[in-house]
Unconditional design. Structure first.
Length: 344
């Protein structure tokens, strides 16, 4: 019996074997056996999933087919259920042998530039391919265009991206612990550690779609493989976001889906607005300080911890301060040469 039909082998492993064997050709008997295998249970669906992984990563060289075949167990497995990590490992092995030729990813960039904005400054840049970047205040990012990909590293701050779609040249944003792969879209990315958005990355999509996952390439591909195989556990590590959808990550890159947001509310700093949602006053004051001098300070740790919600002009901290006594138990006092927000 063909080892690809071993009943003790997981369906995904059988699919990998059939996919591998087809690269070198099937005999008439093997072809008939393969067609029978497809009709059983959900074999056809699992085979299509493996084909998607195969096609996503690139064309498979014949020398790598031999490596894949050699990596699969030759002996009949014992009759017990393999743990999920075994299947994940198998998917990783498949991805490793399916990698694009290394030169495509190790080639030097054909264009690089560094962009940054100061306090209170915003900037809009059109890149050579027509992609438009809008940078918020105190934002630093690096742009590198390679023969096979376009890459932006957002080191700090927040930016809005209107990406020009180019076939076979993906656009990727690396920021904090996360990798955002553009599938043709307009979206925002925020990375300001120890701020009101936490220590991770905040991604919101205005139109189109993006895939958010781990920054490390191999780890990212591992979770993509698990998603293609419909294995459980990938949701906190990999998400595809469509229009109005938003997700945040923690410092390790674990993802949390957030409530939908209206497209015109995404990257509201472009309209000189800050939106607070139950935000500690300490972090709200720090957010204003990104755009200019903040003449108001909290008078105590207790006041620092009070929470505020609302939409405010980033360049009008005075209006923000005047609104505070109307919604919080505080008062504004001038003391020791500074304007303090004190508990009343």
């Amino acid at each position: 019996m063909n080892s690809a039909r071993d009943p003790h082998m997981q369906t995904d492993e059988q699919a990998v074997r059939w996919l591998s064997q087809q690269q070198t050709g099937l005999s008439a008997g093997e072809r008939a056996e393969f067609e029978r295998w497809l009709t059983q249970a959900d074999n056809a669906a699992r085979y299509r999933a493996m084909q998607q992984v195969w096609q996503q990563v690139g064309e498979l060289p014949q020398k790598n087919v031999a490596r894949l075949r050699a990596s699969l167990p030759a002996a009949r497995p014992q009759a017990f259920r393999r743990p999920v990590w075994h299947l994940a490992g198998l998917a990783c092995a498949l991805l490793l042998v399916l990698m694009w030729p290394a030169w495509q990813w190790l080639s030097p960039p054909v264009m690089t530039t560094q962009l940054h904005t100061g306090r209170g400054e915003t900037q809009q840049i059109t890149l050579p391919d027509g992609t438009v970047l809008t940078l918020d205040a105190q934002t630093r990012l690096d742009v590198a265009y390679y023969p096979q990909r376009r890459e932006v590293t957002l080191r700090q701050g927040q930016a809005f991206f209107d990406v020009k779609h180019l076939e076979n040249k993906p656009f990727v944003v690396l920021s904090g612990p996360s990798r955002v792969t553009v599938l043709g879209t307009r979206f925002s990315v925020r990375y300001i550690p120890q701020s009101m958005s936490g220590d991770g990355v905040d991604v919101a999509v205005s139109s189109g779609a993006v895939r958010v996952g781990p920054r490390a390439w191999l780890q990212n591909m591992r979770w993509r493989a698990m998603a293609a195989l419909h294995l459980t556990g990938q949701d906190r590590h990999l998400m595809v976001l469509g229009a109005t959808q938003r997700a945040t990550s923690d410092i390790r890159g674990n993802l949390t889906r957030q409530p939908p947001v209206a497209p015109d509310a995404i990257a509201d700093w472009r309209q000189s607005r800050i939106n607070f949602n139950n935000t500690p006053l300490r972090l709200a004051l720090a957010e204003f300080a990104r755009y200019g001098d903040m003449p108001y300070v909290a008078g105590s740790a207790e006041v620092d911890a009070l929470r505020i919600s609302g939409s405010f002009n980033v360049y009008r901290p005075d209006s923000f301060a005047r609104a505070l006594p109307k919604v919080l138990p505080v008062k504004i006092n001038l003391q020791a040469g500074e304007t303090q927000i004190r508990r009343r």
